[in-house]
Design a binder for this molecule. Structure first.
Ligand code: PHE
Length: 454
């Protein structure tokens, strides 16, 4: 955003500024940390295939839909529904998004805080010398089992996010991320190449890229759609909020396309790093660990240690990972903050601080659920939060937003808004088909099957 003044609704400086901000929200731990876990949990390549389909057929159209609502109403999710259908319960979809945002922020920041811990560990040389699986696994588990360390890092993430949002200085971060995100991308490519050239990478590559279509089932599709929504920041109104800052000249369709493309690419590359490395590392049974919560943190140090200049590379990587996570936590906090400012006339500082504090308190059990508290660990609370808010709530939110545009607000209205800045809307048939038929049916079917039959 171009504004640095706290209370005004700003707008993005240029087309690229918007694409960077939206990609900043999208690209983050969802692609780098969560995607490989989902691949591991759902049998490998067949999930990768389902995820790509979900992005193209459901995610991309929904992103365009959310941006359209946002730009048309210039409002936060609650305000947007109130503007389009005043006096109806549709505003509840907006409220749902606000709540989901706070809940995702609570555990997402815990994962981001592991990144902070890892940056510190890399700096003090904890990963120097020969890295084995046992050593890497031990470093991870002893870190996450230490409540003091984890909570301090968690506080750092929430405090920084709150600071950025409360000062309205997102624009500054976004300017920086224009340089830092491409750097992260280059580092990831280097790691991917190294992973592909490891001795014994073959089985990992086949696991990740050779689909076994007999493994397709409703649960897998549920996770694929959930992952598409999570990684693209959809289903809770983030893109409605971001869209509200876009100008009428902007081509919404191509912007959405770029965001989806870059996010998917990062996710695919993250898997290319993880699976070959995992399968090529001695002393592991990949099946046992391929869906572990710490997968990324256990595996990345192994490959970093195999690169020339591993120390510097590691430091740089964890700095950039942190920036990628921060541009996502910022977008998660922006939704409830914009809601309180617009709808309840709160000051920006107050709104951001109250929500930040709430997310911190709410996140404490998640922070303790990876070894620090035996009971929370046993019920795997963090991944339960992720299942409920990161998968189910986003899917339900996405479903309702889609139904709203297709059958309540109306396709013609949406098309009129899209046509500003997009004179030739090439994928119009795909978008209409997805919004009217495919997305609602697919999401309903998947939710029903998974909740009642799986
Ligand atoms: N898309 C972000 C990521 O992948 C997470 C996120 C989800 C952000 C939902 C905003 C809304 O890291």
């Amino acid at each position: 955003m171009t504004t640095d003044s706290p209370d005004t609704r700003g707008s993005w400086g240029s087309k690229l500024a918007f694409i960077f901000a939206a990609s900043g929200s999208a690209i983050g731990l969802g692609s780098i940390w969560r995607f490989p876990i989902m691949v591991g949990l759902n049998g490998g390549a067949v999930f990768v295939f389902a995820y790509i389909l979900a992005v193209i057929l459901i995610g991309f159209p929904l992103m365009l839909t959310e941006l359209t609502i946002g730009r048309h109403t210039q409002k936060n999710p609650v305000g947007a529904f109130k503007t389009l259908k005043p006096g109806t319960p549709w505003k509840l979809v907006g409220y749902m998004g606000v709540i989901t945002g706070v809940c995702i922020l609570s555990y997402y920041s815990v994962i981001a805080s592991w990144g902070v811990g890892y940056l510190y560990k890399t700096l003090i040389g904890a990963f120097q010398g020969e890295m084995t699986w046992t050593r890497s696994d031990q470093i991870f588990s002893s870190f996450t089992a230490n409540p003091v360390q984890v909570l301090i890092c968690f506080l750092v993430v929430i405090a920084l996010t709150t600071f950025v949002i409360s000062r309205g200085v997102k624009g500054g971060i976004e300017r920086w991320s224009k340089i830092l995100m491409p750097m992260l991308f280059i580092l990831i490519i280097i790691m991917a190449i190294r992973a592909l050239t490891l001795k014994g990478a073959g089985p990992g590559i086949s696991f990740y890229l050779k689909p076994d279509f007999t493994k397709i089932n409703p649960r897998l599709l549920f996770y694929a759609v959930g992952q598409a929504f999570f990684s693209l920041s959809l289903g809770m109104g983030t893109m409605i909020t971001y869209g509200s800052y876009i100008s009428k000249e902007e081509n919404l369709s191509s912007s959405a396309g770029w965001v989806c493309f870059s996010t998917t690419l990062v996710a695919l590359l993250s898997g290319i790093i993880i699976f070959p490395t995992l399968f090529a590392t001695p002393g592991i049974n990949p099946q046992e660990v391929q869906a572990s919560t710490g997968l990324m943190f256990q595996v990345f140090p192994l490959i970093i240690s195999k690169l020339p200049g591993g120390y510097v590379f590691g430091v740089l990587f964890f700095i950039l990972l942190f920036v990628a996570a921060l541009t996502s936590t910022i977008s998660l906090l922006e939704v409830p903050t914009a809601f309180l400012i617009d709808e309840h006339k709160w000051r920006r500082e107050k709104a951001a601080t109250v929500i930040g504090a709430a997310a911190f308190i709410l996140g404490i059990p998640s922070a303790l659920s990876n070894g620090a508290s035996p009971w929370l660990t046993k019920i795997n609370l963090m991944m339960k939060m992720d299942l409920v808010f990161g998968n189910i709530m986003l899917a339900v939110g996405g479903l309702l937003i889609t139904i709203f545009v297709a059958y309540v607000w109306g396709i013609p209205q949406a098309l009129k808004e899209i046509s500003h800045g997009t004179p030739r809307f090439k994928i119009k048939p795909l978008w209409i088909f997805s919004v009217k038929v495919l997305s609602p049916l697919a999401i309903i079917a998947i939710l029903v099957f998974t909740i009642f039959f799986a």
